[in-house]
Write a protein that binds this ligand. Structure first.
Ligand SMILES: *[C@@H]1O[C@H](CO)[C@@H](O)[C@H](O)[C@H]1NC(C)=O
Ligand SMILES: *[C@@H]1O[C@H](CO)[C@@H](O)[C@H](O)[C@H]1NC(C)=O
Ligand SMILES: *[C@@H]1O[C@H](CO)[C@@H](O)[C@H](O)[C@H]1NC(C)=O
Ligand SMILES: *[C@@H]1O[C@H](CO)[C@@H](O)[C@H](O)[C@H]1NC(C)=O
Ligand SMILES: *[C@@H]1O[C@H](CO)[C@@H](O)[C@H](O)[C@H]1NC(C)=O
Ligand SMILES: *[C@@H]1O[C@H](CO)[C@@H](O)[C@H](O)[C@H]1NC(C)=O
Ligand SMILES: CC(=O)N[C@H]1CO[C@H](CO)[C@@H](O)[C@@H]1O
Length: 578
């Protein structure tokens, strides 16, 4: 398996004596399976079995983010955009001096003028600071995606915002803001879900309150309307608010869309508008979509099978029809998780239990390929008026390969309804939001509106793993704008030991709201060859994903993972034409 590589090494350091580097030259034809290779070649770093040591750490970053993180999205400029609702709170934790039209806001006025408060902010990870964004029109219960340029697209909401399309184009100069598009959705959609399609910059929007249909944006012609989706009607419960809101959507690598509602799911061909298959019903009682609000991910896709196998994992939820029941408050959440392969021909839910019941949990894919289950409550359902109790304070770490949960360090801050969590490039998970009150209420309630921002540091960030952590990762492509599908590109990084157990993951940052991380996706990329020079710089040649059904065009976070310890990730753009 060893051979001498001499190819495209762009680093000056790599000029060092090649002879001495022989011992460091290593072929990783099948990234993951290298762990199965005889471990005789190197006597370098011992990398195995250390990754579950430790339970992680919590850090308070800010006492006031200004707005509740009902929606949270990471941008490729290493900022996080948070936004709430402009309506029900009216006020927020961030009072503006001027309105958008530059008239002065008078702080003496007792009546609440929503245009004198920020309802969205941009948080800079590097500076640990926020700046207000101007958001008008109702965004509560919206959904969204990220376009291939990195622009956030947000659609729908309640009331007058239910057909609005907005974009936020992130920038470095700190002056970018939300813009409303002139084009609107065909139908009013609140609590719908969005998904980026393999077609460049096209998204599908599915469902919504009493809306058993889907539509696309942009439309192919002005005549394009919503198209009915009887599956949503069929899986709808009797009570209007207990409907199958925020359905879980995932793009399968065969180009079809997985749609999950309550306990049922289909594979849907959005081009021919046909249901390809009905999957078996998820076993057990309860339902998983809003307001029962479990969470869903697709486990990392792997180059070793050509990214063919796609496996969904859904955890938590609440009683069926929770909101239709007079009060859901005392109902226990669901403990169970189900995993099912949605590609191929055999489909069966494999069920397992989390350590405790949980709903309104976020599921975040970590750079290692593990799943972090964070936020939520043990009882109740989603909604205002303190309908959930017993906050779930301990995150769980789930190892897909071993199928095991470990319980991580608890936080003291309840993160129930309207909270969210996002992975950021340094490997931390930012956690913000939480509000079950009608408006921003800080006193005389059991769970006040939560404006604190925390970072959860998974165990892999512990300093005792720093000797394993790949450093100074940089990405080199012979195209300036990005990497085309199926092309080779190089990744350089520093490593103390030999690269005996290195894998490469790429992650598309999701649009997160209501426990749903829309478009969250991870791929384990193929490493063609890997060379370490004497001064510790490793040059790895990777192959980009083969096509857009595997990884829709856009910016991905690339992490180098050495023996379960990830580097800080770098942004790489996959595109049709670089
Ligand atoms: C948050 O507020 C508390 C209490 O006022 C203070 O002790 C703490 O330093 C503040 N933390 C941050 C990150 O601002
Ligand atoms: C500015 O905006 C506020 C709130 O939208 C509105 O009430 C006010 O009339 C506007 N003033 C001017 C001069 O446009
Ligand atoms: C969208 O909002 C309008 C105006 O508030 C309302 O009349 C309509 O019923 C809403 N549609 C849906 C589907 O919620
Ligand atoms: C490599 O990364 C370390 C910190 O991770 C930094 O201090 C150092 O300056 C970097 N070196 C180069 C050459 O960029
Ligand atoms: C450079 O681009 C060509 C195609 O344009 C590709 O075949 C080659 O593998 C690329 N090399 C690297 C190192 O990116
Ligand atoms: C490689 O690292 C993984 C952790 O990601 C560990 O489980 C495995 O034992 C390691 N294999 C070797 C050969 O060190
Ligand atoms: C679904 C649910 O339990 N809703 C309840 C939320 O709380 C309010 C106020 O206590 C109740 O009126 C709702 O029935």
């Amino acid at each position: 398996m060893l051979f001498l590589a001499k190819r495209n090494i762009q680093v000056s350091m790599a000029k060092t004596l090649l002879i001495l580097a022989i011992a460091a030259i290593f072929l990783l034809a099948f990234g993951e399976s290298v762990s199965g290779l005889p471990n005789t070649t190197f006597s370098g770093a011992h990398t195995g079995s250390q990754r579950t040591v430790g339970k992680g750490k919590w850090k308070l970053l800010l006492n006031n983010t200004g707005v509740v993180a009902m929606h949270m999205v990471l941008t490729r400029h290493d900022t996080v955009v948070l936004f709430d609702s402009t309506g029900i709170p009216g006020r927020s934790g961030y009072r503006l001096k001027h309105r958008r039209n530059e008239t002065r806001c008078h702080s003496t006025s007792h009546s609440v003028d929503p245009s004198c408060f920020a309802h969205s902010i941009e948080y800079s990870i590097l500076r640990n600071k926020i700046r207000p964004l101007i958001l008008e029109g109702e965004t509560r219960h919206s959904s969204g995606s990220i376009l291939n340029s990195g622009t956030i697209i947000q659609v729908g909401g309640i009331n007058d915002g239910n057909q609005t399309i907005r974009v936020f184009k992130p920038c470095d100069h700190g002056h970018c803001d939300w813009r409303e598009r002139r084009k609107r959705l065909a139908n009013g959609r609140s609590y719908s879900s969005s998904l980026s399609l393999p077609d460049n910059d096209r998204i599908i929007i599915v469902g919504g309150s009493m809306e058993f249909s889907y539509e696309f944006t942009p439309k192919k012609s002005s005549k394009d309307k919503s198209i009915s989706l009887p599956f949503l009607d069929m899986t709808f419960n009797s009570h209007p608010h207990s409907s199958n809101l925020y359905p879980f959507l995932h793009l399968s690598s065969d180009g079809n869309i997985f749609i999950f509602s309550n306990r049922d799911s289909i594979l849907f061909d959005y081009i021919s508008h046909k249901v390809v298959k009905h999957f078996p019903r998820m076993p057990g009682e309860g339902s998983r979509t809003f307001p029962s609000s479990g969470s869903s991910v697709i486990l990392p896709l792997d180059h070793s099978d050509g990214f063919k196998k796609v496996e969904v994992m859904i955890c938590g939820g609440a009683a069926t029809d929770a909101m239709g029941i007079n009060t859901c408050r005392d109902l226990k959440g669901l403990r169970s998780c189900g995993r099912m392969v949605i590609t191929g021909t055999k489909h069966k839910w494999n069920m397992d239990n989390m350590p405790k019941p949980r709903l309104m949990n976020d599921m975040v894919l970590l750079p290692t390929g593990d799943v972090l289950i964070i936020n939520g409550a043990q009882r109740g359902c989603a909604g205002l008026h303190h309908n959930a109790t017993s906050p779930s304070l301990e995150p769980y770490l789930y190892h897909p390969r071993r199928g095991r949960f470990s319980v991580l360090r608890a936080t003291k801050i309840a993160r129930m309804y309207q909270s969210s969590a996002v992975l950021v490039p340094d490997g931390r998970v930012l956690v913000a939001g939480g509000n079950q009150n009608h408006g921003y209420i800080f006193k005389n309630v059991k769970y006040p509106t939560e404006l604190r921002l925390q970072a959860f540091q998974p165990p892999y960030l512990d300093a005792k793993f720093d000797h394993l952590r790949p450093q100074n990762v940089s990405i080199h492509s012979n195209r300036t704008k990005g990497v085309r599908y199926g092309q080779l590109f190089s990744v350089h990084f520093r490593l103390q030991g030999e690269p005996t157990n290195v894998t490469f993951t790429v992650y598309s940052p999701p649009f997160t709201t209501h426990s749903v991380s829309m478009n969250q996706r991870m791929l384990k990329l193929k490493c063609i060859e890997m060379v370490r020079s004497i001064d510790g710089v490793v040059n790895a040649i990777l192959q980009s994903p083969p096509k857009a059904v595997v990884a829709p065009a856009g910016y991905y976070m690339l992490s180098v993972v050495n023996g379960g310890i990830p580097s800080v990730s770098q942004w790489v753009r996959f595109m049709h034409n670089a």
